[in-house]
Write a protein that binds this ligand. Structure first.
Ligand code: ZN
Length: 492
């Protein structure tokens, strides 16, 4: 049967990686995205693949190991260009686009907003005056304060500063604690930062004032999904659909129902930072071992990144899928970390070193996702995750350097967003190059500065702005310094 080829760290694997990098680099690294398709098997498995063709009753598709072929009789259908895997928390499963009641819905918006934010800055004196006038509690004065803070929050959001945006909403809520627009916007910002419990507090308050709001139900579903409370997520999204049908909610609901069904027979385990689900047939000993391993990694990453995730992290063990090291696999059946860590474990009774590495890699994604409030670009996510699991560039340095010197290196700017449409071999190159950059950063500046860079990424308008202010380097400079570092360290 087809499954992603094992990527255990064998010599054959290293050799294969080098070969692939060579091919990619000789080809000049084309970043043109390839469309990924999904082959759905009759047994329900889904295989993400590129270049899928059907011929003579057989379905074949591209993998790193070459072209694989399946008998057409086991294939249910092929979904063309569908959503695909990514080994990164950057692609959250339940993120929903949101159209909230526009800020302008607040009475007298325009005039007050213009006075509160002008000449590219917030007029704090003006807002202070409005607050002074609102102390008496007159309704009109209180609304003006809400409008002013709403405008200021939007301004901060435009600069990518969710911290200050949230501060404005919280301040506005002290004057107008039951204003649904303020409550929904505050809840939404917390969701964007993966702060699900905080978000639910505001949603509960919003529900008390607006019990029939579809937006409240939509966001509450997202929060519960993030907290791994599937039953409540499904309930909220169903409610949202009854109140106001919405295609985005329909998609999220369908996914949550699929997960719910798949996990209905799962058992649960829990430790201080994790909620673990696994199929009943898994050895409970394995589940305990996985939790112990995760807790060890949690403590290590917590101190390296100087950060503690606020929410428990969901982990799902798939006992029907054979374990393979897929942290660098560009195509896999499901997401490895789409907000929850999903790990295939068939046939294991304890945690082998390869699985331990995979867990540390995926757990790092969860930390970074929360530390950067979901704003970390993929290259930095994957670079840090690989570094944390213990990968170094010794095997790939010469190819990365030669690509750079022949001006065939992929610019970091092209590696910020989802890699899921990259052809497999280009993604492998992207992993190697990302690791090189992070390794250079840690070797030169130390973990403390890297960790502070992640904090900057959370608040600066772009990652390149964060490297400029934190490291005094733009992307081209960072690429050049990385190539120099790799040459100096590995190619003497
Ligand atoms: Zn990863």
């Amino acid at each position: 049967m087809c499954r992603a080829p094992s990527l255990l760290k064998t010599r054959a694997w290293r050799w294969g990686l080098r070969l692939l990098l060579q091919v990619v680099i000789l080809a000049g690294v084309v970043a043109a995205p390839a469309r990924a398709d999904i082959i759905v098997l009759k047994n329900g498995r889904r295989i993400t693949a590129t270049t899928v063709t059907e011929e003579n009753g057989r379905v074949s598709y591209e993998t790193r190991a070459g072209r694989l072929t399946l008998p057409g009789s086991i294939v249910e259908r092929i979904e063309r260009g569908g959503p695909t895997f990514i080994d990164s928390a950057a692609d959250q499963a339940a993120q929903l686009p949101l159209t909230l009641p526009p800020a302008e819905a607040l009475v007298g918006y325009d005039e007050v907003a213009r006075a509160a934010v002008h000449d590219a800055s917030i007029d704090r004196n003006y807002i202070a005056k409005l607050e002074e006038n609102a102390r008496g509690g007159a309704a009109a004065a209180v609304t003006r304060v809400a409008v002013a803070h709403q405008a200021a929050a939007q301004f901060e959001l435009g600069r990518g500063d969710t911290d200050h945006a949230l501060a404005h909403y919280r301040r506005a809520l002290t004057f107008s604690p039951a204003q649904p627009i303020l409550l929904l916007n505050t809840a939404y910002l917390h969701l964007r930062r993966s702060e699900y419990s905080a978000s639910l507090d505001y949603l509960e308050r919003a529900r008390r004032v607006a019990p029939e709001s579809a937006d409240v139900a939509k966001l509450a579903g997202w929060a519960y999904y993030g907290l791994n409370k599937l039953d409540q997520a499904v309930e909220e999204w169903k409610r949202a659909q009854r109140l106001r049908p919405d295609p985005d909610v329909a998609r999220a609901l369908e996914k949550a129902k699929r997960d719910q069904q798949a996990e209905s027979s799962f058992r649960e385990g829990e430790s201080s930072h994790f909620v673990l689900r696994y199929n009943g047939s898994a050895a409970p000993g394995l589940a305990r071992d996985v939790l112990r391993t995760l807790e060890d990694h949690f403590r290590a990453i917590e101190s390296e990144l100087n950060f503690t995730p606020a929410e428990p992290i969901g982990v799902i063990l798939y006992t029907e899928q054979v374990f393979a090291d897929i942290t660098r696999a560009p195509a896999w059946v499901g997401a490895l970390n789409d907000g929850r860590i999903r790990v295939p474990v068939q046939g294991l009774t304890a945690v082998p070193p390869e699985l331990s590495r995979v867990l540390k890699h995926e757990l790092t994604h969860s930390f970074i996702q929360q530390k950067t409030r979901g704003r970390c670009p993929v290259w930095l996510q994957e670079g840090v995750a690989q570094w944390m699991e213990g990968q170094r560039s010794s095997e790939t340095a010469d190819l990365l350097v030669s690509a750079y010197e022949r001006k065939a290196a992929m610019p970091l700017a092209a590696m910020e967003r989802s890699w899921m449409r990259m052809p497999g071999e280009v993604a492998l190159y992207a992993y190697a190059w990302s690791l090189g950059v992070v390794e250079y950063l840690v070797a030169t500046y130390g973990m403390r500065d890297l960790e502070r860079l992640l904090d900057r990424v959370a608040i600066e308008p772009s990652t390149e702005a964060a490297t400029r202010s934190g490291l005094r380097m733009d992307y081209p400079e960072l690429e050049q310094q990385t190539a120099k570092y790799l040459r100096r360290t590995y190619l003497r």
